[in-house]
Write a protein that binds this ligand. Structure first.
Ligand code: C5P
Length: 237
């Protein structure tokens, strides 16, 4: 987890992944594998990416009873990924079980994958929170509450929007990691993301990791876009 840039491999097949990664030749990347790719290609895809020297965030957002999550995490730990996640709304017992499973499943001599929590999905609006989930509190308050639950359950951090980072930093300190999607270069299309920030703004807000998908994967020249990401993170133009 040495690089602060996580590239979202939102592809449906290993062939598409290989074509994309060819553009990066020998560069080792931090890659996010989500449900779309993992449910098509499974653990073999993870093995292939690891063998090429990439770091992996396996973004499966587990949410089930504690025992099931523990057993699932035990299996995921064996894959040797760097980062996994759960929904904080599964509760503190489920989050503690996730950590237990990861600890039990991590092969001897390796470090356990870090585990972060999704607080509220960015697709959930204040209206959905109130009318569908029957949560009568402002979004910000529920995000901080869920993050606090994750912190107290021993998780390593949260997925959150860049705007929430300063607040979470003030409450939980610097070792609680923040992973931030919704990143766009200045002038890029926002697509379906609602609150977007540039790589440099995300860094200024103090996030540890940014997740970037389409601004790199759908760029005319993905390699150049990745280089631009690195430059902008460092404050260059
Ligand atoms: O293409 P884009 O940069 O919007 O991709 C962002 C990635 O981060 C996607 O894989 C998306 O599923 C993921 N993500 C997100 N918002 C969250 C959690 C994950 O955009 N709250």
């Amino acid at each position: 987890m040495d690089k602060p840039f996580i590239v979202a491999l939102d592809f449906a097949s290993k062939e598409e992944v290989r074509t994309f990664l060819q553009l990066f030749s020998d560069t080792s990347l931090f890659l996010k594998v989500g449900m779309e790719l993992y449910f098509q290609e499974g653990p073999a895809m993870i093995d292939e990416l690891k063998q090429k020297g990439h770091h992996i965030f396996l973004d499966l957002k587990l949410h089930d009873i504690p025992h099931t999550v523990k057993q699932a995490m035990k299996g995921l730990a064996k894959l040797g990924v760097d980062l996994v996640n759960v929904h904080a709304s599964g509760g503190s017992a489920m989050m503690r079980a996730a950590i237990e499973g990861l600890e039990e499943g991590t092969p001897h001599g390796m470090s356990r994958p870090r585990c972060i929590a999704v607080t509220q999905l960015t697709s959930t609006s204040e209206q959905v929170l109130r009318d569908e989930l029957l949560i009568d509190r402002p979004m910000k308050e529920t995000v901080v509450h869920y993050a606090s639950l994750a912190y107290r359950s021993g998780l390593d951090g949260v997925v959150c929007s860049a705007q929430e980072v300063p607040l979470l930093r003030a409450s939980f300190g610097t070792s609680f990691i923040t992973v931030t999607p919704g990143i766009r270069f200045a002038g890029d299309n926002a697509d379906d993301q609602v609150r977007i920030v540039t790589p440099y703004e995300a860094k200024q807000l103090g996030t540890n990791y940014i997740v970037i998908g389409r601004s790199v994967t759908k760029a005319y020249d993905p390699y150049a876009a990745y280089e631009r990401l690195k430059r902008e993170w460092d404050g260059g133009q």
